[in-house]
Design a binder for this molecule. Structure first.
Ligand code: 7TS
Length: 414
């Protein structure tokens, strides 16, 4: 089946689906419909192969060895760093720090930068759309340093309130941490403007790019953000690997986050000197296999191109929103004008958990609950939602299965 919004954005979704072995299975007697992509995407064969190739061909610890396998593994690991640099358009390779994912990236900055440079009375601003990973690390550092956490409210459609941000941001603001796109609602935030306004008062900015990296073009130099975090598993790559991008001059000033092997230059019992960037922040044996395979995920996205991916997903999102909205008792949650392919909804009078379970009996995988955004759910007066999130391999026919399933649930339970 060909998918097109304009000729230049055409691609064959069936040939994409063929690259994902997991999609071709029955769940509870039905073809699997995987709509839990905001939690984690599925992996193409090239990524799976890269993991097998590494373990069956050149597994060795990196940087320290001089034997052939160690050199091969080191080169593959460092090649991913260069690929990540190009993907984010970072100026320097050493600005790319490998971490376990966005959660670790944010904790690294909150702990290393926050504990060193924040003082009592300073303020950190986050938005009402944040994942717990971009709330709790800042609460922890605020508690320790006597700082204040300020929260930008959101509009009823789930958009970032720029007017409220302008009122909150002040010379007391030292850090602004917001996501590029919301995992619960899909809203795309006006981060370029946020970064400029934060810089105007001398604050630094961290962008949580967990839900943006597979969908939106990222250029950290053009954005001028100070930190940007991504997770491999949300962009067709392995679990347990991600990237923290940081501006070199900031990373250089920051102390290590963890101590151990690889992050040192010299150790005596009296005093230790630290390694250079990026190794200063990569203590211990890293997740070599997953970093190596992560390169194939970047290549997969680059080969299709984000413009094509976004166009396809946008078509799916619009279709899903229209079809779901047409159903009796369904309320869409999150209707921002700029969105990635996430649609949250609730059915009046039916608990999201029950909806999720009943859809699963028809092979449709959605996420239910608060999606690690409890404060956001609370601002809608909800405990949680049903969330369908779409990826490049999803189709309109699959959305029909979702809406048929939801329709049956309504008719059965109402
Ligand atoms: N920030 C956002 C916006 C996210 O969506 C997630 C994970 C994280 C941070 C944390 O990323 P991690 O890779 O370190 O776990 N979001 C989800 C989700 O929506 N459902 O499961 C995980």
């Amino acid at each position: 089946m060909e998918v097109a919004t304009s000729t230049s954005l055409k691609f064959d979704v069936e040939s994409v689906r063929k690259q994902f072995p997991i999609l071709h299975q029955k769940v509870n007697g039905h073809d699997l419909v995987y709509f839990d992509n905001a939690a984690t995407t599925q992996k193409p064969q090239v990524v799976i192969h890269a993991l097998v190739d590494y373990y069956s061909g050149f597994n060795a610890n990196i940087h320290r060895g001089i034997h052939t396998l160690a050199e091969k593994a080191t080169k593959a690991f460092e090649d991913t760093r260069k690929t990540a640099q190009h993907f984010l358009n970072a100026q320097h390779t050493e600005e790319i720090i490998f971490v376990r994912g966005v959660t670790e990236g944010i904790n690294l900055v909150a702990s290393s930068y926050g504990r060193t440079f924040l003082k009592q009375g300073d303020e950190i601003i986050i938005s009402g759309l944040e994942h717990h990973s971009n709330i709790v690390p800042w609460q922890m550092v605020c508690e320790e340093k006597g700082c204040r956490l300020q929260v930008i409210p959101i509009t009823p459609s789930g958009e970032f309130d720029m007017v409220a941000f302008e009122k909150l941001v002040s010379p007391k603001t030292k850090i602004v941490a917001v996501n590029h796109a919301s995992n619960s609602l899909g809203s795309i935030n006006p981060i370029k403007e946020v970064i400029q306004k934060a810089h105007d008062v001398g604050a630094i900015v961290l962008i949580d790019g967990a839900q943006a990296a597979a969908h939106i073009e990222i250029d950290v130099q053009q954005l001028d953000c100070d930190f940007y975090c991504i997770s491999g598993h949300k962009m067709y790559g392995p679990t347990g690997v991600g990237v923290l991008y940081g501006k070199k001059e900031l990373l250089e000033k920051m102390p290590p986050y963890m101590g151990g092997g690889e992050m040192i230059k010299n150790v005596t019992f009296e005093r230790t000197t630290y390694n250079e960037l990026p190794y200063k922040f990569e203590a211990g044996t890293p997740n070599i296999a997953d970093v190596v395979a992560f390169r194939e995920a970047f290549a997969f996205i680059n080969e299709l191109g984000k413009a094509k991916i976004a166009a396809h997903e946008h078509t799916l999102l619009q279709y899903a929103a229209k079809e779901l909205k047409a159903l009796k008792c369904v309320r869409l949650i999150g209707t921002a004008s700029e969105k990635v392919s996430v649609q949250s909804f609730i059915i009046d009078g039916i608990h999201p958990f029950d909806v999720g379970q009943m859809l699963d009996t028809r092979g449709v995988a959605v996420r239910t609950g608060h999606h690690c955004t409890q404060p956001l759910m609370e601002s809608f007066g909800l405990e949680g939602t049903v969330r369908a999130s779409f990826a490049v391999y999803n189709t309109k026919e699959e959305i029909d299965k979702l809406t048929e399933g939801v329709d049956r649930i309504i008719k059965f339970l109402k």
